[in-house]
Design a protein around this ligand. Structure first.
Ligand code: NAP
Length: 294
């Protein structure tokens, strides 16, 4: 048996087309959605992520640019830049690329972004709205993108057992809350596993829907997977690869080659969750522009 591929690139293209239509509507009213990325320092992975997101935003007709600050930036200077963007009516979305240098406290920085421009969904107000099921908040892009993969892949979720491996703040924790919501496209029974979970394979083998969001290369093998399960691979990990000119290659948290022989459906990696994260970011940005221009 070989699993059905949940093609994130093709799902993301569908969402980008919808986003572009909404951008055109805004432009016909004289409004161009604006998105600013803030990158502090020169982390190579962050540079690559931001330039990819900026390019996709421009393709969708969003006015996007990146504010690059030196690694040595002090907290007051960064907060001052965020305040300026919060007050700029041409800017509808602000994304602070993680990781920030260790000297900058994540919580203070993310909480400074206006909740109305927090298109990454990391502000405590938006996280609180997620918890309350208040649809006026912005959902974090990766968990929201995974829900869209399940929806567009026509995966039944109601009453299914979802096991999320990884309780990180950006993916696992919000995703577990979303999957457990009383709403169409969710309604799962959720287990949230982490590094202290006892006998992880016995839990993952009970999953109808298994999400790998732990940041451990190729960790989930076919022995972790119930035959026919839906498997979503969130991880982005670098492993050494001398055959690659860069000296490394990117792999997920799921051992795709072995797991695809037992799963019912699986996201490729790359080409699964990553493109959907960007699609949801652009959709959130357009929604911010729509909301702020009412
Ligand atoms: P994180 O904050 O570091 O969280 C990792 C989680 O995995 C923690 O809860 C940790 O448990 C758990 N964990 C680690 N080792 C484990 C093990 N052996 N067994 C079970 N659980 C284990 O990471 P994150 O920010 O959520 O990101 C997770 C992965 O997703 C990373 O590879 C990241 O690059 C990727 N990611 C991808 C996208 C995308 O768009 N594709 C977006 C965001 C993140 P403890 O809590 O006990 O430490």
């Amino acid at each position: 048996m070989s699993a059905r591929i949940l093609d994130g690139e093709s799902f993301a293209s569908r969402l980008h087309r919808e986003t572009s239509v909404r951008v055109d509507k805004l432009k016909s009213r004289g409004i161009t959605p604006g998105l600013v990325f803030i990158r502090v320092g020169e982390d190579p992975a962050s540079r690559a992520y931001v330039s990819r997101k900026e390019k996709r935003a421009q393709e969708a007709g969003i006015n996007s640019r990146t504010l690059v600050l030196p690694e040595s930036t002090l907290l007051p200077a960064l907060l001052g830049e965020i305040d300026t963007l919060n007050a700029d009516p041409k800017v509808h979305g602000i994304l602070i690329q993680s990781p920030l240098p260790a000297s900058l406290p994540n919580d203070l920085v993310y909480a400074r972004v206006s909740p109305a421009k927090d298109v990454d969904g990391f502000h405590p107000v938006n996280f609180g709205k997620l918890l309350l099921g208040d649809p006026t908040g912005f959902l974090p892009c990766t968990p929201a993108g995974i829900l869209e993969i399940l929806r567009l892949g026509e995966i039944p979720t109601s009453g299914k057992h979802a096991v999320v491996v990884g309780r990180g703040q950006i993916v696992g924790r919000p995703l577990a809350l979303l999957l457990a919501r009383k709403a169409p496209g969710t309604d799962c029974t959720v287990t949230l596993a982490h590094s202290r979970t006892a006998d992880l394979p016995s839990l993952t083998r009970q999953a109808d829907i298994l999400i790998g969001a732990l940041g451990r290369p190729l960790f989930l093998k076919k022995e972790h997977v119930k035959p026919g399960a839906i498997v979503v691979d969130v991880g982005v990990n670098r492993i050494p690869d001398q055959a690659n000119p860069r000296g490394y290659r990117l792999v997920g948290d799921v051992d795709f080659e072995s797991v695809k022989t037992v799963a019912g459906a699986i996201t490729p990696n790359p080409g699964g969750v990553g493109p959907m994260t960007i699609a949801l970011l652009l959709s959130n940005t357009v929604r911010a522009a729509e909301d702020l221009s009412r």
